[in-house]
Design a binder for this molecule. Structure first.
Ligand code: NAD
Ligand code: WQD
Length: 338
């Protein structure tokens, strides 16, 4: 298929572009590089044997999108382009509404004008808010606890409404749980700006000596060892799920939300120990107060995605830690030095 990948230079998008190329799909990347760096394109060329077709395009720019659709006959769009930091979204909610929601509206309008009616959308487990029970299936109540989460919820609803209005529109929203890890080559991975918000990149930077110690947010949660439990999923498994979703879109009626997780909860301390084994480094830590907005346990029931996509996770927590550490070791400053 000929696919437009919005936000394809980012962490999950770049891994997905490799998986798409390996399956013989033709990709055009549209990214404004607001949270990624052009050197990733050279890494993609090394991994796929071909320079990627990438354009500096902001999805809020209707004219730029129209020009892109006019020059290609896309079969589908994969939409990763969004701002994603929860804390930042509380400080700059309007920027998040504009970038994520306005960007999605402009993209949907451009798709309609070009008669492209297949979409794979990056959603998130954040649409479940504070889950009432685990594992979480797709019928669980939806809510939001912060502006970022609200944008994901609204974007899903917009896509659902477009599908209702136009029965020919086919969309899958992939609700990722906690993506971690990197390509096993060590050539592409997650390159956060500044202090990482998320656990795995923070652990990586402690292991590399860039940060003194991990702060564990709460040791008194009602969990296996008192620390928070999440459903970590290897980014390589996530990338494969996008290829499966793309190839199954044709059989979808309307809007289909699917959970992407391993279906297994792992605590902060369990992840930390697995990382120490994978890296051979000790990770100093201190248990501090709970982080505002956190919950004890979040993990997926991924059975619907398994059934409908014919996909399931293949890579365990040891592979997640090994690959995250390889990426960190080979690229101590992310893409900065390439
Ligand atoms: P990322 O920031 O690495 O990638 C997003 C990409 O989109 C970046 O390259 C950025 O430059 C680009 N972008 C942002 N706004 C844009 C715009 N207006 N126009 C064009 N490009 C734009 O993030 P990621 O971790 O790869 O996440 C990809 C998607 O998955 C996001 O939509 C995110 O909300 C969602 N998601 C991520 C996680 C996670 O933990 N990483 C979890 C659940 C959902
Ligand atoms: C995981 C666990 C923390 C950092 C976030 C977003 C969510 C989604 C994925 C996009 C928790 C603990 C963390 C640290 C810690 N993103 N932790 N010390 O919060 O599950 O999800 O990213 O859609 O929307 O909210 O991920 O990696 O931040 O935290 O103890 O320095 O690690 O308390 O238990 P989270 P996380």
């Amino acid at each position: 298929m000929h696919v437009l990948v919005c936000g394809g230079a980012g962490y999950i998008g770049s891994h997905t572009c490799v998986a798409l190329a390996e399956r013989g799909h033709r990709v055009v990347i549209a990214d404004n590089f607001s949270n990624s760096a052009p050197p990733v394109l050279e890494r993609l060329a090394r991994l796929t044997g071909q320079a990627p077709d990438a354009r500096r395009v902001d999805v809020r720019n209707a004219a730029a999108l129209a020009a892109l659709f006019a020059g290609h006959r896309f079969d589908a769009v994969i939409h990763f382009a969004a701002l994603k930091a929860v804390g930042e979204s509380c400080e700059r909610p309007l920027d998040y509404f504009d970038n994520n929601i306005s960007g999605t509206i402009t993209l949907l309008q451009a798709m309609r004008a070009a008669d492209v009616r297949r979409l794979v959308f990056s959603s998130s487990a954040t649409v479940y808010g504070e889950p009432q029970s685990v594992p979480i299936d797709e019928d669980a109540p939806l809510s939001s606890t912060n502006p970022y989460g609200r944008t994901k919820l609204v974007m899903e609803q917009l896509i659902g409404d477009v599908c209702t209005a136009d029965p020919g529109f086919q969309a899958i929203s992939l609700r990722y749980f906690n993506p971690v890890g990197a390509h096993p080559s060590g050539l592409i991975g997650e390159a956060p700006n500044g202090v990482p918000n998320n656990l795995m990149p923070y652990i990586c930077q402690v292991a590399a000596g860039k940060r003194e110690r991990l702060q564990i947010y709460g040791g008194d949660w009602p969990t296996v060892d008192g620390t928070g439990v999440r459903d970590y999923i290897h980014v390589m498994d996530l990338a494969q799920a996008h290829v499966h979703a793309l190839e199954k879109l044709d059989g979808v009626r309307g809007h289909l939300p699917l959970n992407l997780g391993a279906g297994r909860g792992i605590s902060v301390l369990e992840l930390l120990r697995a990382f120490e084994t994978a890296s051979g480094r000790e990770i100093p830590y201190r248990i501090v107060d709970r982080r505002v907005g956190d919950v004890a346990e979040v993990y997926a029931d991924p059975s619907r995605a398994e059934r409908l996509l014919g996909w399931r996770t293949q890579l365990d927590v040891d592979a997640m830690c090994r690959d995250a550490w390889r990426w960190q070791s080979m690229n101590p400053d992310g893409y900065a030095e390439t």
